[in-house]
Ligand binder design. Sequence first.
Ligand code: ZN
Ligand code: ZN
Length: 325
Amino acid sequence: MKKLLSTIFLVSSLVSYAQEFQIITLGSNGGVIDGDISGYLVRNKNEENFIALDAGTILPGIKAGLEKNNFKGITIPKDTEWSDTGYIFREKIKGYLISHGHLDHISGLVISSTEDTKKDIYGLKSTIETLKNNVFNWKLWPNFTNEGEGFKLNQYTYQELNPSESKNINNTTLKVSAFPLSHSNYESTMFLIENNGEYLAYYGDVGPDIIENSNGLEESFKIIGPLIKEKKIKAIMIESSFDNSKEDKGLFGHLSPKWINKEFEVLEKYSGKGSLKNLNVVITHIKPSLKKNDNMREKIKKELLEDNKYGVKYYFPVQGESLEF
Ligand SMILES: [Zn+2]
Ligand SMILES: [Zn+2]
């Protein structure tokens, strides 16, 4: 009996150990369709507080997540004056990690800011500067932050991240380190989220190193490669904005299925041969087509699944969908 109990304990602890991150997709498109663009909520499953990875869309994503019953285990007090969507937005998102200042990664944050609560905005210096100089400056939008032009409403506190330095994310048990990427010669970011020695790697918009004339992706692979080898990376989230029909000169700092494979070849150099097999890879930032009978999501999915050289496990989550790793 004692042995049985200890076996049950071991199995149950392994099961909970196996799924420590929850990711809810707030917006899955790389632009075009307002209300469903680049944003993800992430939490340590043992905690109720989320952080947002990019914030192109927030409220419609929370609403879709609630409709799909994907906020199970999140406490919403019965006597709150706020709607469920409002309560999760205001009270359960504790900070925003912004990969770069492009509109499709910040529009939800900006437009909902008038109803938001006091939170932190994390990013590399270049992202914070963009928000400071070009967004929260009273010209594009009131200054809801603690720095920059004019009267400061002090709702958001900028938290500048130094490259590769680990920082606690306030009001969560998560930590983040940021690594610069090249996105059409503009700086973007890979965020490495740590949860008790396990990791999630979130790539903002990024182009192939060769085309960008950069080593941003390769440098990031030097970091996550050894972690993949040690099975400490639970998932990577990376973009495929276009399908393979997009010519290299039209990529403008983005990836497509064939380029993901080429970059995985570089990643495997640092993670070890065969180590990418069954790695969880979440595809983000698909740019939808408005042409009749042209389903970009299905095309990209088909191309990645039919040429899955490294045997990774692909996910293509849509708005409101929850993934656990
Ligand atoms: Zn984008
Ligand atoms: Zn971008």
